[in-house]
Design a protein around this ligand. Structure first.
Ligand SMILES: [Mg+2]
Length: 143
């Protein structure tokens, strides 16, 4: 198996449903932000993102955003209304921040998934951290 190949592929983050997470034994979902949970141009969380985060939370899944984006204030402003912890400037494909999140929130690698849109950062970081990599289609702004 190629280390660049994701374990599962989805069109959008909403396809990662609470029932699937439960079935797969996922308790910690590490999520990329840009072009995964939002379009790069979105300044505020979309309604569907808020609903999805809430549904995952109700299903007992902890979501942490782990982004290579270095704009701390923007990240905090985006994540605050959905009440999700975020890590900025994560330097994926380095796995340091993924491993730190598992340690901080006390989840095992087998309970954890990294969800992102890029194999060169998200999928590889998951591989280095020894966790599953799930990939969504890269979301583009439609002009
Ligand atoms: Mg991304």
């Amino acid at each position: 198996m190629s280390i660049f190949r994701a374990d599962k592929k989805f069109e959008r983050f909403e396809d990662v449903t609470p029932s699937l997470l439960k079935k797969e034994g996922v308790k910690l979902l590490l999520c990329d932000l840009d072009n995964t949970l939002r379009l790069h141009s979105e300044k505020e969380p979309a309604d569907e993102l808020q609903d999805w985060v809430e549904d995952c939370r109700n299903a007992g899944v902890k979501i942490v955003i782990i982004s290579n984006n270095g704009r701390k204030k923007m990240m905090q402003k985006f994540c605050e209304p959905i009440n999700v912890d975020c890590v900025w400037w994560a330097k994926k494909p380095m796995s340091t921040k993924l491993t730190e999140a598992m340690r901080e929130y006390n989840y095992k690698p087998k309970e954890t998934v990294m969800l992102g849109d890029k194999w060169s950062t998200d999928v590889l970081a998951a591989r280095f951290a020894g966790i599953r990599a799930w990939k969504v289609e890269h979301r583009r702004d439609i002009v």
